[in-house]
Write a protein that binds this ligand. Structure first.
Ligand SMILES: [Zn+2]
Ligand SMILES: [Zn+2]
Length: 286
């Protein structure tokens, strides 16, 4: 099953094609994600992050002080590739959601502001809100396009920088590279270690096994989990203190080659149950 040479996007698209067959009702939604992943992959394959100005010492010291590895100012994004991806994303979103992008909207008005857009996505959401108003695009649509456009660039950088995260010390509930909240967690096969997954830059980082990533609550009386119907490989960890949840995959019960982006999509039934019970998750997906 597992293909070693596959990149993240290829693996995700292949696995989504597989789950699509089992769940035809959601096939439109799955198509939508595949189109986004395919557009992002083009950028990911052709973008070579500029690491000349990178100082390994600076990164190691940021991480050990509990600071994020990346600041928006470190990220140099290729404007023409960004423009191309934004055009593709606008088209994909428009095809699925109808008239959400105003007729006269110029993608270059965004790609020309690539630094501001990056800052809005990884540091300061208020900037994104202002940009959405200027572009006359609903905020949730604008946020989706902006995040999905910046994601492959950041994820290439994250790949290069992954070695500078001190996994044994970080142990926080947010991504050590970009600061986003996790969308899934995974229990490791042999060691039982628990890893969190960032849907934005695709970093996986080590976290405490018995704590809530969102409030860092580790009082076992207010933490619990549940499964649905005969599927013990997937569960929902809920925190009664902050009323949030995260889905966890037990990789001891699964084949190798797990793509957590796809696992998140294939376990929507768990989100429905958790949300009915009044719990919220953090999600970059629409
Ligand atoms: Zn991240
Ligand atoms: Zn919590």
């Amino acid at each position: 099953m597992k293909k070693d040479h596959e990149d993240f996007y290829q693996q995700a698209v292949r696995q989504i094609e597989e789950i699509k067959v089992a769940d035809p009702e959601l096939s439109d939604a799955f198509e939508f994600y595949c189109s986004i992943l395919i557009a992002q992959r083009e950028v990911s394959l052709s973008f070579q992050p500029d690491l000349c100005g990178f100082d390994a010492e600076v990164y190691l010291s940021r991480s050990s002080k509990g600071l994020l590895l990346l600041k928006a100012q470190d990220v140099a994004i290729d404007r023409s590739r960004l423009n191309e991806l934004l055009e593709n994303l606008c088209r994909i979103v428009q095809e699925r959601r109808g008239d959400v992008i105003p007729a006269g909207f110029e993608v270059t008005s965004l790609s020309d502001q690539e630094r501001l857009l990056t800052k809005g996505v990884i540091e300061n959401g208020a900037i994104l809100q202002e940009m959405a108003v200027q572009a006359k695009i609903e905020y949730d649509v604008f946020q989706l396009i902006a995040e999905q456009a910046i994601s492959p660039f950041i994820s290439r950088l994250a790949e290069e920088l992954a070695g500078h995260v001190d996994q044994s010390k970080w142990l926080r509930g947010y991504c050590p590279v970009c600061g986003k909240e996790p969308i899934m967690s995974k229990l490791e096969e042999e060691t039982g270690k628990r890893w969190l997954f960032c849907p934005f830059c695709h970093t996986e980082w080590l976290f405490k096994r018995l704590a809530c990533p969102f409030s860092e609550n580790d009082n076992q009386e207010s933490l619990r989990y549940f499964f649905v119907e005969n599927d013990e490989a997937h569960r929902v960890d809920v925190c009664d203190r902050c009323k949030r949840y995260i889905k966890t995959i037990d990789s001891r019960q699964m084949n190798s080659g797990i793509n957590l982006f796809v696992e998140n999509l294939s376990t929507l039934a768990l989100d429905i149950v958790a949300q009915k019970e009044g719990f919220l998750n953090g999600s970059l997906l629409p």
